[in-house]
Structure formats: structure tokens, C-alpha cells
Ligand binder design. Sequence first.
Ligand code: B12
Ligand code: SF4
Length: 495
Amino acid sequence: MRVLLLSMPDWFEHMPPVAVRMPNGALTSIAGNVDPHHEIAVADLILTQGRSRETVCRLMGELKPDVVGFSVMTFQRRTAERLLALVRELKPEAKVVVGGYDPSLAPEAYLQMPVDLIVRGEGEITFRELLRALEHGDSVDHICGLSHRKSGGWIHNPDRTVTRLENDQIKLPNRNARVLSGYTLLGRQVDVVETSRGCTYDCSFCSIIEMRGRNFHTYNFDRVLADIRDARDHGARTIFLVDDNITLNVQRFEALCRAIIQTKLNKIDYFVQAMTSAIANHGETLAPLMRRAGFRYVFLGIENILESDLEFLRAGAKNTARENGTSRGNATLKAIEYLHRNRMYVVGGLIVGNPDDTRESIEANLEFARRYVDWPYIQHPTPYPRTPMTKDFYDQGLVTNERMEEYDGTTAVVRTQHVSAEEVEYQRWRAERWMKLRHMPAAFRHDPWFVVRHAPEMFAHTFRGSTFRSVLGLEDSRKAFERYKAIRSGERDQM
Ligand code: B12
Ligand code: SF4
């Protein structure tokens, strides 16, 4: 069968396409796990800014797919709906499948859309079985993790249990299936690699637990190294390890760093997400190993520096430093110190605008970011489908915006008990632009040519809405914020 798999073009504030165009790892993984005789194409529409419709039309014409699959996050739902309608119009007989976080956690949102099938949860095996059934005209009733139309209604087959990665059931991704190019992270070609899936924590804002339960499964190192080599051989000079929580097993992570060093795969730049507690508690041995393995940016899930907010986010445990088995308070500073001492940059993940937040508590977090993080990744709590946080916000009557396309993490869609959503966002926006600017010299030292060529564009992105007058303080920055919001809204419409 001919299959076209699409990821959505929508991006969010901290990942402007001028600097970051990251592949969707789900689609190449699915492409690597279908039976080999299918013709499969993967198109990441993040690479086609402003030209997504034309690109979809072109690919539909050239590839004439029998099956079209969409990978969708919640804030991309509206774009997905528009492109689903387009695909249906272009080829009414093609089977249209949606998968990923949003269709898995909010399948009800897709029932009225021009969709034939919904893959819930992990997709590799479900999609392989689906293609087999479609090819032979068999029933799909037995395929776990699948929702399908039947006699005018929808049938939701039972969930699929999570795949154990240890037994090599999931084959390597198929990067040859990609039909578009231009992936980049600050000028270097980037790719994504998984070494594990799952997490055993249950932070209230995170979708992962509803998506797959609390568990942790790991690929063996031979497979991980083969995957890294394959990404490198396809041109990657930077690799994002997309594990939900690679730091759950620190010994394994250290062993992975050693394996990367031994196999000389440490010329690549690595990005990873980490828990502060793991870095703080094991930094003495872990951080130098990470550095030698090529890790450059570490996204730290700091979430918040105030204990009350950490409690609401259920993120206290993962941010606790320990010594001889006893708690030594917040792990963040210690983790940052280890990373800086080993010449790695800290991408500081903070969440401001929680129910009890006041202007002062938000400002305390912003001030922390100013002082300690190299690249701020500050977000607002966002009530994604079926997370515990969503229920909390609804119970407290704090959700102010239900337009899913604005659920991108940097648009405040909830208010606090004391501060309006708009004010929360304004506070973050005003502070964060300047913090981002500070990282330019470090980015320049690493990739001077890219920064020279793109600095004006990156600057224009970061400060869009501002004028010389507002930058010089001659105009109320709220006016600039209003213009920024209008520009952002226009950008969304273009996707
Ligand atoms: C890596 C990652 C990123 C990376 C790479 C994203 C990319 N290009 O794919 C970066 C850092 C860029 C990123 C950014 C963002 N991310 Co992100 N990210 C993740 C993370 C950690 C892992 C995703 C991953 O690659 N997993 C590995 C692949 C193989 O698994 P998978 O994606 O789950 O796919 C499987 C199934 O879902 C399914 N599937 C998926 N698509 C399809 C399609 C079809 C047709 C089928 C059949 C099946 C299928 O099959 C796959 C294989 O089993 C998750 C989860 C987490 N713990 O935080 C969040 C997560 C996906 N991100 C999320 C969000 C919201 C964002 C951002 C908006 C930022 C933010 N506010 O947090 C931005 C937006 C990106 C953009 N375009 O600008 C949310 C999504 C929530 C939701 N309900 O939509 C998650 C779940 C985190 C969370 N907050 O809970 N992200
Ligand atoms: S530690 Fe990370 S992956 Fe695990 S539940 Fe919390 S935010 Fe999600």
C-alpha cells in the first residue's frame, strides 16, 4: 500500500522555525515498523512554513496514497482539522488515520472530523496490523489501540498494552522515508533518537501517564548506538534524545554516555531532558560523563522554585536533592552548578501562572531564570486533555480560554486566583525576551556563520511587536505586547 504520514506545521514561541525545525520521531518509527513492501513517505510539515497546503496537495498528487496518517498534538488540532478536510477533498477514498498525543487523549474531538481511524497510544504495532488488515480487506475489530467507524458509529477497540522495548519488538526508525529536508537546530542538522519510553513519576501537568501509564522501558545499547549512527549517516550533527525521562535510571544513563564515548559518537552535539534531582544527586560522576559524551544543552524540568507550586504540580519529588538518604531541599541550584561546571548549558523549564501564583511569586521565578539559566523555557500551565492538572483548573474555575490552537504552552489559557491570564503572560513575555538575547554570544561561538546570517531574523522573532520606542522605554510595553499577541494570532492562522 502507499502511505503518507504527516506531522503538523505548528510551532510555539520557544521553537521558531528560523532556529528549530525538529523531526517528528513517531512517524519514522512507525515507518520503520510496517511490513517492508509498503511504500511509505514521511513529511514533517514543520519544514514547509506557509506552504503546508501546497505541500500536502503536491505530495497527495505525486504519491497517490491509499492511507494518510496524521500525528497531532493538542495545539495543532485546528490545523490538523483543516488539513484533514483537504486530504479528504483531494482523495475521498484514501483511509485517513490520526495518532499521537491529542487523538490518543481526546479521541472524542476527532469523531466528527473526516477521519476513518484513530490510533490510540503507541503506534508501531497497531499501524502495522492496520495496514495488513486494510491490504487484505480484513476486519479491524481485533486490533488493540484502534478506534474505527462501523455502521455509522465509532467502535473503540480495547487499549493496547505498552510495548516492552527490551525484546527488540520495535525496529529502528526508517529515516529514508522522509521526503522533505531542512531539519535544523541553530544551523546544525538535527535528528531525534529514543533510548527509552515512559516515566514512573506523575507530574500533574504531563500527558505521559495518561498516555501510557507509569512504567519505564529501555532499548538495548546496540540498538541505541545503531540509531545514533543512522541519524548521523543521514546528516545529523545534533541529536535530541527524546526519552520521556532518561534520568530515571542514572546508572544506565552513565553507561550510555560511556558507550557513546567508546564508539566515538561523541562528536555529535546531544540535547536531553533531565530531572534536577538526578543531576543534583549524581552530578559528581554523571555530569563529567555527559560532557565527554557530547551533551551540550540540558533541558531541566525545574518547573517552579517555590515549594507550594511544586506541590500543585506534583513535581516536588523529582526536584529534591538527597544526601545519605535524607532530603536536602530543592535540587535545582545544585543541578545547575554541576552542569555549568562541566560546560553544559541549562535550558530552564519553568511553569508560571499556577492557581496560587501572585505577581510576586511569578516574578521570583523569572528572577531565578534571569540569574541561573542559560536559555529560558518558561511556560504557563496548560490544561491538556486528561492530565490531573486539567481537572484541578476546571474545579477551581480558572480556565479562561478553550481555543485549543492557543494551548501551546506560552499562551496563558488559565488565570491564577490572584492574577489574570493576560497579566501572567505579559509578565513572562516581557522578561523572557531579554533573557534569550543573553545566549546569543554562546550560540555565536558555536555556530558563528548561522548566527551571523540569522541573527536579525531571530532578533525580529524574539522582539516581534516591539518598536525602537518600546525598547527604549518611550512607549508602554503593554502596547508592544498587544501587537505581539496580534502577530502571534496571525502566525497561527497561517499554519
Ligand atoms: C521530544 C518532545 C518534544 C521535542 C520534539 C518534538 C517533535 N518534533 O516530535 C520538542 C522539544 C521540540 C517538543 C516541543 C514541544 N512539545 Co513536546 N514532547 C516531547 C516528548 C518528551 C517526547 C515525544 C516523542 O518524540 N516521543 C517518542 C515518539 C516515538 O513517541 P510519541 O510521540 O508518543 O509517538 C507514538 C504515539 O503517540 C503514536 N503516534 C504519534 N503520532 C502518530 C501518528 C500516527 C499516524 C500513528 C498511527 C501513531 C502516532 O505512535 C508513536 C510511536 O509509538 C513528549 C512527552 C513528554 N514526556 O514530555 C512531549 C510532548 C509530546 N510535547 C508536548 C508539547 C505540548 C510540546 C510543545 C507545545 C511545548 C510545550 N508547551 O510543552 C512544543 C511544540 C513543538 C513545536 N512544534 O513547536 C506535549 C503534548 C501534549 C498534548 N496533549 O498535545 C507532550 C506530551 C509533553 C507534555 N506536556 O505532556 N517536544
Ligand atoms: S518527570 Fe517528566 S516525564 Fe515524568 S511525569 Fe514528570 S514531567 Fe512527565
